[in-house]
Design a protein around this ligand. Structure first.
Ligand code: FPP
Length: 241
């Protein structure tokens, strides 16, 4: 458990719910996918802003376990966008020393997309710069359920003593097991909810809900939010001496 005395000034890990692509496109009389394409361009700008801001980990919510409920056209368009994004950005990410990971349940994703995800993870595995985690078919409850299933399997197999299970145990089974908890969670587009994102991990995160629609979000706005984070008084449930 972190404590206030060792909190660094800036957020080490930022997680972003990139919301508002659909509205951004609709306002322009364009199909929703136009907004998703515009949103994908912003990802690069935000990733590039991280090193100067001292942000070591950036986690972005690209597709939730609930997003399958959208029209077939939108879902297929998003899947195609993810494939294109990965193919197109791989070289630039590697050159910028960005280590990419994916979290979420891969079972519903198509084989071609999974192969591209595996390849990008493998190609950037040795990178030592920004850690970019892309949440794809990710849901916090689904992640906890999958983690619990694996934990229960280990108990059943005699590999884990149930009496030793505490709040340090479950995170070892989560998709995020190699990541620190997010310090700052940002949601764009004026909605003030967390929509099943990093439920366990965000227990002590600071939140920023900004009105900007994701395709209009810039590195400058990120800088402003990081600076504001530095002024917050994080106590993690304790009282400062
Ligand atoms: C939410 O906006 C956005 C999504 C469900 C998709 C997010 C995807 C991207 C930004 C594309 C690029 C990502 C990567 C990793 C290449 P919304 O459609 O819910 O907007 P609305 O609330 O205005 O309808």
């Amino acid at each position: 458990m972190p404590d206030a005395s060792d909190t660094p000034q800036g957020p080490r890990h930022i997680a972003i719910i990139m919301d508002g692509n659909g509205r951004w496109a609709t306002m322009r009389g364009r199909p929703r996918l136009f907004g998703h394409h515009a949103g994908a361009k912003r990802v690069r700008e935000v990733v590039e802003a991280c090193p100067d801001l001292g942000v070591e980990y950036l986690t972005i919510f690209a597709f939730s376990t609930e997003n399958w409920k959208r029209t077939q056209v939108e879902v297929a368009g998003l899947m195609s966008l993810f494939r294109r994004y990965i193919s197109k950005e791989t070289r630039a990410l590697k050159e910028r020393n960005v280590k990419v990971r994916f979290i979420g349940d891969r079972v519903r994703l198509d084989a071609k997309l999974i192969a591209l995800m595996d390849e990008l993870e493998a190609l950037t595995a040795d990178c030592t710069g920004t850690n970019l985690t892309i949440a794809l078919n990710y849901g916090g409850r689904d992640e906890v359920a999958r983690a619990t299933r694996r934990l229960a399997q280990d108990v059943a197999a005699g590999k884990l003593d149930p009496d030793t299970v505490d709040e340090e145990t479950l995170p070892r089974y989560l998709d995020t097991h190699v990541l620190p908890d997010p310090d700052l969670v940002i949601r764009t587009s004026g909605e003030a909810r967390i929509s099943n994102f990093l439920l366990w991990q965000s227990a002590y995160a600071e939140y920023e809900f900004v009105d900007t629609l994701w395709p209009d979000f810039t590195g400058e706005e990120l800088t402003r939010l990081v600076n504001r984070f530095g002024k917050r008084d994080r106590r993690f449930g304790a009282v400062k001496p």
